[in-house]
Design a binder for this molecule. Structure first.
Ligand SMILES: Nc1nc2c(ncn2[C@@H]2O[C@H](COP(=O)(O)OP(=O)(O)O)[C@@H](O)[C@H]2O)c(=O)[nH]1
Ligand SMILES: [Mg+2]
Length: 331
């Protein structure tokens, strides 16, 4: 049981940018224990006035494209050249199973990890993307309260995760590989359409090929309908490994912020995200609150037996289970 002063103490330490407190606070909001929830909500409530001030950048692309390497260089650049405080978070539910990519990410960000103005947190615990993304969103609030002004969110580019991660960030950066002839394959049209900037990575290996890929992608982007926010994504090329071209990426981020602040889209996007998360949270809370009741647990066990004994079909059993919950509400 945590002391009643826990929230106040943690919050004060957070505001002073204490990394150990930030780490502990994240562990609290990631906890799936019911008794930790109230504390987590209380802490997040205190953070509200201090959140929203950072730039949240999603970095996506297929495994091996060089996201972690890019983030290491980019993070160092932002700290050293722009005096930023940089937090790195990962949204990758698959890493929970192997634990491999957590270690991988850690070792690839060795230099960034030891910088006083950097904070790196690997993927949250949680067995679904929804769970990971929810706690990542709350982690962003905690990082902002601790004074981090650029948040980099690494995510694997495998389709479904992009849609959710898009709801976490202001700017979406897609890292791309190039190869002979198949430039437009391997990455889904929908993901390209969501990107605010494309970065052809590993240009240090074959500059010519990288350049021709950049041209092709650039042509492809022109075929997409113009975005509501009046932003035209650019295709850049460079090397995360050699920190080449990363300054251009930052220029794009700043220009994006300026453009969308002027046309009100920056705020509109954050507001739309707030609505999206409201739906996501309420759906989750509904499920969580109902499935932890005894009525649910008992009835569920009975219905499973009914299916096993071929008394009910799956659909009938599900309906009966829901009916039992509804009638318990009426009592
Ligand atoms: N030549 C070259 N190799 C790179 C570059 N960026 C990353 N790599 C290498 O590509 C591999 C995968 O990088 P990593 O950052 O872990 O990719 P991630 O899976 O997208 O996070 C590693 O062996 C890196 O050293 C780059 O800009 N140039
Ligand atoms: Mg990685």
């Amino acid at each position: 049981m945590k002391s009643p002063f826990y929230i106040v103490e943690t919050f004060d330490a957070l505001k002073q940018g204490n990394k150990a407190a930030l780490g502990k606070a994240i562990t609290l909001i990631e906890s799936t224990k019911y008794e930790d929830k109230e504390m987590a909500y209380a802490l997040l409530g205190k953070c509200v006035p201090y959140t929203g001030k950072s730039i949240r950048i999603g970095v996506t692309g297929v495994p091996g494209v060089g996201k972690s390497t890019f983030i290491e260089s980019f993070g160092k650049y932002l700290i050293e050249e722009h005096g930023k405080k940089v937090a790195v978070l990962a949204v990758d539910p698959s890493s929970q199973r192997s634990r491999g990519s957590i270690l991988g990410d850690k070792t690839r960000m060795n230099e960034l990890a030891v910088m006083p103005n950097a904070f790196i947190r690997p993927s949250a615990s949680g067995n679904s993307l929804g769970g990971v993304a929810r706690s990542t969103r709350e982690t962003i609030s905690l990082c902002e309260t601790a004074g981090y002004d650029v948040i980099l969110i690494e995510t694997v580019g495998v389709g479904q995760s992009e849609t959710t991660v898009k709801q976490l960030c202001d700017f979406f950066l897609l890292l791309m590989l190039y190869g002979a002839g198949d430039e437009l394959q391997g990455i889904k049209r929908g993901i390209m359409e969501m990107a605010d900037c494309l970065f052809i990575n590993k240009a240090d290996q074959n500059e010519l090929l990288a350049k021709s890929a950049a041209k092709e992608y650039s042509n492809a982007l022109h075929l997409f309908p113009p975005k509501e926010n009046n932003w035209y994504p650019k295709v850049l090329l460079g090397s995360g490994l050699n920190a080449r071209g990363i300054n251009k990426v930052w220029e794009q981020v700043e220009e994006y912020k300026k453009t969308t602040e002027e046309n009100q889209h920056w705020k509109a996007n954050r507001k739309a995200q707030e609505q999206w998360w409201f739906k996501e949270y309420s759906k989750h809370m509904l499920i969580e609150n109902i499935t932890r009741t005894e009525t649910w647990k008992e009835n569920k066990a009975d219905r499973i037996k009914d299916i096993e004994e071929e008394k009910l079909t799956a659909l009938e059993a599900a309906k009966a289970l829901l009916d039992s919950i509804s009638s318990s509400f009426k009592k």
